[in-house]
Design a binder for this molecule. Sequence first.
Ligand code: G3P
Length: 274
Amino acid sequence: MVTADQVVRPQFSGRYIEVIAHRGCSGSYPENTLPAFQAAKESGATMIELDVTLTQDRKLIVIHDETLDRTTSGRGEVGSWKFRELRKLDAGSWFDPAFRGVRLPALSQVLRLYCNHSMHVNIEIKPECLDEHLQPDGIEYQVVHEIDRFYLRDRVIVSSFGWKILERISAIDSSLRTALLYEGNLKQIKLKKLSKKYKMFSFNPFWGKLYPDFVRRAHDLGLKVFPYTVNSWQEMAFSLCAGVDGAFTNYPNRFLQAIRDLDTLGGEAGNSTD
Ligand code: G3P
């Protein structure tokens, strides 16, 4: 029997697909906040994605941008504020006045939501908090500590555009799953070399650079492919037909519907895009 705490992974063309709620259900709630993550839990998404960075006093805070200006009532760089002060900011009103008073969460608050749930969690570490050398209070050790504190080791993927960060995560614990984020041209990428160097579980490209042969190459190397960020029906259809294993979306419900609709139509038809 399936309970509310169990995730049902949808299938497309016989493959399981991860429906990844990008910054939570960020199309309908203020991104990277507890309401957005709570909504993701209830949406049928199979994984959530969040962004984590360091405060001035080297604590973990969940926010996407390097600065506070777009998504909070604060101004300036996140890294120049103390955790206690950041927690007083309004991170909801910018999205809708109905979310006034919603705070920036600590990583531990988000992870606590998922420790008794079967959803997977993608923690994206922002590259701007990379120290010159691995530090005992650096973001890499702190994130690994939080993953273990909430017993999420088997359900977490750590990703970053800062690949050095992933190298360090693997050095701390080679059993943790990592994912490389990549925005550039996939034709130039040396996938085999990278997959060995970073011991990665998945490769997460910008969906607009994706093509079916790339996905096949990644699969041949044992890698999953999760493109970001697919929000329109066309982007979802294109990615599914290219053979991906899941995708980041601000609208998990739309993606679930697209998977059902396209699977009914016969997913293999779309593979003719090569
Ligand atoms: O992790 C997928 C996606 O979140 C990467 O882009 O800019 O949202 O961090 P960005």
